[in-house]
Design a protein around this ligand. Sequence first.
Ligand code: GRF
Length: 196
Amino acid sequence: MLTLAVLISGGGSNLRALLEETRHPDFPARVVVVGADRDAQGLFHAEDFDIPSFTVPYSSYETREQWGEALIEQLARWNADVVVLSGLMRLLPRNVLDRFAPHIINTHPAYLPEFPGAHAVRDALAAGATETGASVIVVDGGVDSGPVLRRERVAIPAGTTEAELHDAIKLVERRLLSEVVVDIATEKIRLEEYRA
Ligand code: GRF
């Protein structure tokens, strides 16, 4: 059974979808811990599913690396096979990458390498694009720059709002994440091959 540590910053709707998936007895992965870099609203999903959680508030540390050390300490306790960034709105510092990469994956609400960064949905709309997408990548040191494991196009209907588009993209993100997790669990994807 593949074990996952999931990191969030926000509402955690994608986390919840993953937790629902892992409820199915045939699903080959389990979430063992949920972590957040702030008092994230989505931590209640972990409680609902009886999954332990922790918070390592970014604002409590003087440097990114110090925050990273505290995050490493928490994650190390759970020894998960894969760290899933599911809406963690923060670049991981080098010490965290050194410890866990390439076993860190991230979901992103655009068809990478198009529209990297924290405002991917807004940026796609501002660019007047007629389609965007969703991606799951291996995390490297850059901003959404790691190897793409899966991605899929999502159409942008005329007149759609940012919130509507983000909701439509999240449905695809959830499916792609679930597929990638299954592929890692069944060794169709070998993250070790992405070691830098
Ligand atoms: C997702 O679109 C994720 O890719 C992005 O933030 C969103 C998280 O949403 N980085 P939620 O917290 O799972 O609802």
